[in-house]
Ligand binder design. Structure first.
Ligand code: PRP
Length: 177
């Protein structure tokens, strides 16, 4: 059975243009740093991280972290649990957390605190999209791609029930729960 393509919310071209802008801003802001550690949050950030990292013009290394939120389907309970930590030593390093989406904000808030416990030189945040109207906690996004409405979005790393992560654009689907 062929799946119908989800309707577009943000086109591939708009995403690529914005990723280029974000990479230029980050490259400028960290121009005087010896190295930036990009920490991608699995799974969703893998596409954004790959494109962003390749557009940076500063020395950078890649780490991944995995978290899981207690809850199911499209609902999160707010409690976040670390599933996989970074491999490298972050002490005295400049760290940039790279997220695909900030929804309630619980995950990003947890990650900032968790990564700060590694005694880095700095921790900043970058997210491709944010659902501002869903925010439950106050968390700052230093580099934001797009503010989006409260719709279930897929593509460019984002999934619904593991489907549509590899769409080149961000589309909208209607969740079943
Ligand atoms: C998404 C996203 C963030 C989190 C944001 O991950 O990648 O990590 O939700 O939600 P919050 O702001 O409400 O905390 P998800 O749980 O869908 O896992 P996945 O990236 O593996 O698909």
């Amino acid at each position: 059975m062929t799946q119908e393509a989800p309707p577009t919310l943000i086109s591939e071209q708009d995403i690529q243009d914005r990723v280029r802008e974000l990479a230029a801003m980050i490259s400028q802001d960290y121009a005087d740093c010896s190295e930036l550690v990009l920490v991608g949050v699995l799974k969703g950030a893998f596409v954004f991280l790959a494109d962003l990292a390749r557009r940076l013009t500063i020395p950078r290394v890649i780490e991944f972290i995995a978290v899981s939120s207690y809850g199911s389907g499209s609902k999160t309970s707010g409690a976040v649990r670390l599933v996989m930590d970074v491999r490298g030593n972050l002490e005295d390093k400049h760290v940039l957390i790279v997220e695909d989406i900030v929804d309630t904000g619980h995950t990003l808030k947890y990650l900032i605190g968790m990564l700060e416990s590694h005694n880095p030189a700095s921790v900043k945040t970058c997210a491709l999209v944010r659902k501002a109207e869903r925010a439950e906690v106050d968390v700052h996004v230093d580099y934001l791609g797009f503010d989006i409405p409260d719709k279930w979005v897929v593509g460019y790393g984002l999934d619904y029930a593991e489907q549509n992560r590899t769409l080149p654009y961000i589309g909208v689907v209607a969740p079943n729960d």
